[in-house]
Design a protein around this ligand. Structure first.
Ligand code: BG6
Length: 465
């Protein structure tokens, strides 16, 4: 649909950007922080670990000042569970509380609204060793952790996110977390995470009546490779399994029927304890946050053994025999890392989520990973990132014109950090961090061209892209 005049971005639109604790902070064992699953992760050869990352733990003031200079209205970051509870449960680590308290105060000093993810992939190792999300106790541990976060930060944090990309941990856990699990186990973990999320949402509303909380899955609309009904059905299958399973549960408190039938057919259905469905019904989000990098395209699976199980990374679809098969969309370009680029798919995804759930939306990740280069004169030219982000912001405005209620945009990432499985040379930030895969150099912060560009986007409230 074309419009003569586009609706403007709302005046209080939350422009910002995102990071996650383990990918940016470093200080992996400082001030009482306990180990998480990230510290035992199988690190792909040739890429760095997460021990120092971007050293944000020690340089957060400088980083926040740069975010303020860009004009951020919000900053989405995650709290490392193991800074608060080094063993996942038990004693609270005061130093961990102090760090995030200081970070929040620093943001508020510049009128930057903290947008806090409670859990972004870094499950405490102590919980993992007792079965992780497969163990029901982890649900209670998460509820306890949520309570401590609300108690200590709820006076200053209005926007909460429960679990980052739960759907990607289930579908692509091997790439992100570096370990394998059977699908039966994964869907049990999934159920426990859904219950934990619902409990956190209930608790948030009880303890902090003025706060808002929502889920943060990775949602990408799935296209059929052709108008062949079998391809359309495959897209419908994958939409249910990848996207709606998570949001139907978060919003309506019920399992999506197609996803459930898929689990039944394959013997993946989880054990549901008495009272779970009631908890799931009671957990109500105030908004939906989601991460979007690209649409996905699938064709019908012939179930002939050519469809491998889904083992690509977050943005690469392989397929599942008899359910769907990944298909390269010939209409789309790809990033250097093989991820398709689809700004129009962003608008479609925004529309679709809003039509299904009718809740305000905020984008908590969207961005382009690239091998940025620092020039001899100290500049970093990243026109490809500006182009990518500009085209996606355009689509948000179109979605707003379609009547979608979008209240914020936080691209990935505020500052360079370590990617989930492709090291630190795969950069996403507006701020360059001067380090190499194995040489920490001086970790100096350098404004990229996209830094100045985004500053102006925010200043003009999205009018100049
Ligand atoms: C999302 C994650 O899947 O994509 C982030 O929430 C991640 O943690 C981002 O960094 C980009 O992916 P990658 O694999 O390039 O780091």
């Amino acid at each position: 649909m074309k419009y003569t005049d586009l609706k403007k971005f709302p005046t209080n639109f939350l422009w910002g950007a995102s990071t996650s604790a383990y990918q940016v902070e470093g200080a992996w064992n400082t001030d009482g922080k306990g180990p998480s699953v990230i510290d035992i992760k199988r690190i792909p050869e040739g890429t760095t670990d997460y021990k120092v990352a971007s050293d944000h733990y020690n340089r957060y003031k400088e980083d926040v000042a740069l975010m303020a200079e860009m004009g951020f209205k919000t900053y989405r970051f995650s709290i490392a569970w193991t800074r608060i509870f080094p063993n996942g449960t038990g004693e609270v680590n005061k130093k961990g509380i102090e760090f995030y308290s200081n970070l929040i105060d620093e943001l508020l000093k510049y009128n930057i609204e903290p947008l806090v993810t409670m859990y972004h992939f870094d499950l405490p190792l102590a919980l993992h060793e007792r079965g992780g999300w497969g163990n029901r106790e982890t649900v209670d541990a998460f509820e306890q952790y949520a309570k401590v976060l609300f108690e200590h930060f709820g006076d200053r944090v209005k926007y909460w996110l429960t679990i980052n990309e739960q759907n990607m941990m289930i579908l692509h856990g091997s790439a992100i977390l570096g370990r394998e699990a059977s699908k039966k186990e994964l869907y049990q973990q999934n159920h426990h995470m859904l219950v934990a999320q619902a409990k956190a949402m209930v608790l948030c509303h009880q303890m902090l009546p003025n706060a808002k909380i929502g889920p943060a899955p990775n949602i990408a609309y799935i296209y059929p490779a052709s108008s062949k009904p079998e391809d359309v059905l495959a897209a419908n299958n994958f939409n249910a399994i990848r996207n709606w399973l998570y949001l139907d549960m978060a919003v309506f408190g019920r399992y999506n029927h197609v996803a459930w039938s898929y689990m039944e057919e394959h013997g993946y259905t989880p054990t549901i304890e008495d009272g779970d469905m009631e908890i799931l019904k009671n957990g109500k989000p105030d908004y939906i946050a989601f991460n979007y990098y690209s649409s996905k395209t699938v064709e019908a699976s012939k179930g002939d053994g050519n469809d491998l199980n889904n083992t690509g990374d977050q943005e690469i679809v392989i397929g599942e025999a008899g359910v769907y098969k990944g298909h390269t969309n010939e209409h789309l370009e790809k990033t250097e890392f093989g991820w398709e680029i689809d700004p129009t798919g962003f608008r479609i995804t925004l529309r679709e989520i809003y039509s299904r759930y009718n809740l305000p939306l905020i984008i908590t990740e969207n961005g382009l990973g690239a091998f940025d280069e620092l020039e001899n004169d100290g500049t970093v030219h990243d026109p490809y990132r500006i182009e990518y982000l500009g085209k996606h912001i355009e689509q948000i405005q179109l979605a707003i014109s379609d009547g979608v209620d979008v209240f914020g945009y936080c691209p990935w990432s505020a500052i360079d950090l370590v990617s989930t499985h492709q090291g630190c040379k795969k950069r996403y930030g507006f701020i360059f961090v001067n380090r190499d895969e194995f040489d920490l150099m001086d970790l100096k912060r350098i404004r990229k061209d996209s830094f100045y560009w985004y500053q102006n986007v925010i200043k003009t409230n999205g009018e100049q892209l």
